[in-house]
Design a binder for this molecule. Sequence first.
Ligand code: S3P
Length: 434
Amino acid sequence: MIKLVKKHDRIEGTIRPPGDKSISHRAALLNAVANGNARVSNFCVGDDRESMLRCLQGLGVQITPDPQCDVSGQPDCFLIQGRGLQGLLEPTNTLDAGNSGTTMRLVTGLLAGQSFISVITGDDSLRRRPMGRVVGPLKEMGAQFMGREGDSLAPLAVRGGNLKAIDYTLPVPSAQVKSAVLIAGLYADGKTVVRSPSLSRDHTERMLKYLGGDIQVDGLVATVGRSEFNARDILVPGDVSSAAFWMVAGSAHPNAKIRLEGVGINPTRTGVISVLESMGANLSLENIREGEAEPIADIVVESSNLQGVDIAGEIIPKVIDELPVLALAASLASGSTVIRDAAELRVKESDRISATVQGLSRLGVDIEEHEEGMVIRGAQKLVGAPVNSQGDHRIAMTMAIAGLIADGETAIHDAEAAAVSYPTFWDTLASIGV
Ligand code: S3P
């Protein structure tokens, strides 16, 4: 699918971004092994949601849409019938995680705790992404794996069960790896300790605490024990990573005002807000409130005079999914922006360093590729051109936001990739006047 986006003189509107993908995945997976039933409303939308629900259903979990509690007018409320920690069933077929790295890594942690055999795989992109980072610690706990290239690539065959607790220091600040080990820790004999090199999203820890699991967090150290817990209803906050596209649109466009409602503002996720603020963005948080397990706010963003900044070090895990769209903001800011310490971008749904550099340079941006980041010389005039999403949802949406600021017309090829996390993105783009 090709989407044409034209420059627009004024953008304005109120947007309610879809439910947070990372939180929805934790809510589904942990309620699936809790005791009792839970309604998860404002559940994320898109292909990644189907991937997680399909895998859990493959393990015998009943998950049904519940139109009574839909928030957005689309099917986004699900009743999850928890099977308890020991109630999952041996899957009769391969589990398919589609394009979703979070599904594959979190479900693999869950499979490590099961004494049955299972096989998990994904699409072309996911079968190229590194799984050794979860397989390594899960093997240390006692699970058995078989996979390509030394058990580091899917499809992965798993026979778990009889796990023993480990004390594990993460080699990369990855929330997916941390979560996989914590989830396996729910099945292990003893206390499993996970130490992170820097703070990454802590939704698993928060969700486990909310459901009454045995979890303690002390700074960068999370400790989990084996314990049953109860299913609980939850309203998922809006996804700050989806909101990020509109934050950049609102601040980088010369004539814009956008209000974003009900957005999750967990401090391990709001790196994009901090970076935009340090760039001088005219952005404010209103109506800050505590949700069930996560803080929420409305965000108002208006046209701003952005300046280049350095983005590096400990903030990187808090902004990892927003770096492509921040590179776009940087190209419209005065001065240069340097993004460092972001090698993880190379192993996302696409190689996001090279995809961002290729896409933005097609629009005339002076952007340089580095092994672990990029350098963007800002204050540039973007000119519309044909670009390709490389099958990556965040690249498709970054290019669409670029298109509404670039002169002329930007043709986004493989635009359907946006549906992985934000199927209503194109309708929302139309609703703000584009
Ligand atoms: C996620 C963690 C991040 C992020 C991904 C979602 C999660 O990946 O890029 O989109 O839900 O835990 P890593 O943990 O691999 O950095």
